[in-house]
Ligand binder design. Sequence first.
Ligand SMILES: *Cc1c(COP(=O)(O)O)cnc(C)c1O
Length: 382
Amino acid sequence: MSGGEGGRPATWLAQALGWVEPRFGEVVPPVHLSTTYERAEDLSYPKGRVYGRDQNPTYDQAEALLTRLEGGQAALLFASGMAAATACFLALRPGDHVVAPKVMYWALRNWLEQEARAWGLRVDFFRNDSIEDLARLVRPGETRLVWIETPANPTWLVTDIARAAEIAHAAGARLAVDSTVATPILTRPIEHGADLVMHAATKYLNGHSDVLAGALVTARMDEYWQRVRAVRASLGGVLGPFEAWLLLRGMRTLHLRVHAACRNAERIALALQDHPKVVAVHYPGLGNDPGHAVAARQMQGGFGGMLSVRVAGGQDGAVRFAAALRLFKRATSLGGVESLVEHRASVEGTGSPAPPDMLRLSVGAEDADDLIEDLIQALGRI
Ligand SMILES: *Cc1c(COP(=O)(O)O)cnc(C)c1O
């Protein structure tokens, strides 16, 4: 069953689809290191592979697992989340129009604003809290790609995937979803109408803060997907075989880690929301969060492990709070089993949507009581 159809995500993940290597019966796959493949006497390639830049067999199992998890038709691994995301835009043509959110992963937003425009894409940014703004900016017949991120870094605004897909498709555009924070455990964007799903696999998919990787999953093997594939092969932003192997190893526990992070994040959000030193908690799992109703429709089993907290005392208060934390490590990134805290306003600089009194928390798999005690003692030191 696990190698074919049927079964459920936890089973697919724990067994990595149940593949067994035919030669020695290995339950854990080998790392394939060869960068080149032998031709037959007639110069054909009987095994179908030519060169290692984008044909390394170590990718196959992780790509098949991601395809299954997202309910798509194919997946591609990349050297990083940024390599995966930029491939979606570089597969378009100069002059094409794209729409992306104002609040989104900061490095990709900067790339769209600077490099993608210089390369010839026309880019507009919509307000995350207004699907009408997206509808207004999309240009029928001209917009080729609508990009959304939900929940969106660093304030966890939620976008309605089904509505965004309707708007994109009515204009003749594709919808791509950066689903890094939701993970395929909580949201399957293709079921809601998305055409492409992107993951910074560096984060939850790998889950141990020790691999940089990206992934794309497509709903359809069409001509655009062939161009995305060609971008990966020609730009060469490919994952090394060791990293691909580690990624698959990490993914085997994705469901356990994501559910643990959701449970902990929810408990933290509830514990902090009424604290006198807390100005606001941004977490789509809270009933009073502006994104809660949509999140409850398109996220199943939890609201993710990411939340942001605004504290008393402005930027100074936020910096003092972070300095007083003992368990939460002050570090960028997210989605690992260890909890991290970051002051996004100072990382992102001018133009950042992150208010100066806000800290982003990536909640890990520790004991929730330990994490809450750490946060409460640090709030007392503001
Ligand atoms: C980290 C991240 C990216 C970029 O991924 P890298 O692997 O760091 O290149 C893109 N989107 C989101 C939401 C991320 O958190």
